[in-house]
Design a protein around this ligand. Structure first.
Ligand code: SF4
Length: 323
């Protein structure tokens, strides 16, 4: 299938002839592309910092939990207590029973996300049971002061490690906030950046369109495409840009889930464009027209606006220009 790109839909929506002339152009790196590349690089750095922050936070959590457990085992090594050993044994058995219930529940469930939740619990609960039984055994042993104090020191070292990762995570968060502020990005986690090279191409087999949004933000459970426009800032969102963004919303719908809106960004100015059926209908009409034009080779100017031609980057080679 021949796919039509979101970028071409933007050009066609501006003026069909502009799109037609652009098909014969060689791709050259103009000022707009250079500026775009700079923004993409910064956004990509932001995305990496955010991922680092998440990884560091996980390390903090693992080290802190590890340090707490080691410290508790250390304390248990310093004391011998039969009632505490019985108590921890009971807790351990209780968790094992819960784990068996979860195993049965995960097996009979049909809804996928519920099944996955139970399967995740199946990993955590046996671990909790194991920790409780370690305590139970340790409380039965004779006090071992050397081992107890060694474990307390080890726990301190783990806590120092957790503090170090906390510092790295805060540093990554500050860097991420700085980049977001600099690019004046809307709220949300950056999960995709069009780096003009390696970012995966989104495709819709249903409608035969493809493209790479400049950014994809994860806001709550939604994936929001963002189209960033450099150059002059218009008084409101332009029709051709709305069409391009709608194409990205269709792509996000097919590759992730239906987005409630998309974002058009002109410098610091941000516009939310709702994903509506009417917009999608107009977009698909344009795609149909483009396919017909590709077959017939008949393409002409479809407007009488001199200002459009004045701002058109193809007016020098256009046979139908108005200015
Ligand atoms: S100069 Fe005018 S008619 Fe020609 S491609 Fe540009 S907008 Fe269309």
């Amino acid at each position: 299938m021949d796919y039509i790109s979101a970028g071409d839909i933007e050009k066609y929506s501006y003026c069909p002839l502009s799109w037609w002339l652009s098909l014969k152009e060689k791709n050259s790196e103009n000022e707009g592309v250079r500026r775009h590349r700079e923004i993409s690089n910064e956004a990509k750095r932001g995305m990496e910092e955010y991922q680092k922050k998440g990884d560091f936070e996980k390390s903090v959590m693992y080290l802190a939990v590890g340090a707490t457990l080691i410290a508790l085992v250390g304390i248990a090594m310093l004391y011998s207590s039969f009632p505490l050993a019985i108590a921890f044994h009971s807790i351990s058995i209780f968790w094992l029973i819960v784990a068996l219930y979860m195993l049965w529940k995960a097996d009979v469930l049909v809804v996928q996300w519920k099944k996955m939740t139970f399967e995740r619990m199946m990993v955590i609960i046996p671990l909790a049971s194991m920790v409780a039984s370690i305590f139970a055994i340790t409380f039965l042993l004779q006090p071992n002061f050397l081992m107890g104090y060694l474990l307390e020191v080890l726990s301190m070292l783990w806590l120092i490690g957790a503090t170090f990762f906390l510092y790295l995570s805060l540093k990554a968060e500050m860097e991420y906030s700085k980049i977001r502020k600099k690019l004046k990005l809307p709220d949300g986690e950056i999960i995709y950046v069009d780096d003009l090279e390696k970012a995966p191409l989104l495709r819709s087999d249903k409608y035969g369109i493809q493209g790479r949004p400049d950014l994809l933000l994860k806001v709550s459970d939604n994936y929001i495409p963002v189209e960033i426009k450099t150059g002059r800032i218009p008084r409101g969102p332009l029709f051709s840009h709305i069409m391009q963004l709608t194409a990205y919303m269709v792509l996000v719908e097919e590759n992730y889930k239906t987005p409630p809106y998309g974002i058009l960004k002109y410098g610091p100015q941000i516009y939310r464009i709702n994903y509506e059926d009417d917009l999608k209908k107009i977009l698909l009409q344009k795609v149909d027209e483009m396919r017909k034009a590709l077959k017939t080779g008949e393409v002409h100017r479809n407007h009488h606006r001199v200002s459009k031609c004045l701002h058109c980057s193809r007016r020098d080679i256009c046979p139908e220009r108005l200015a």
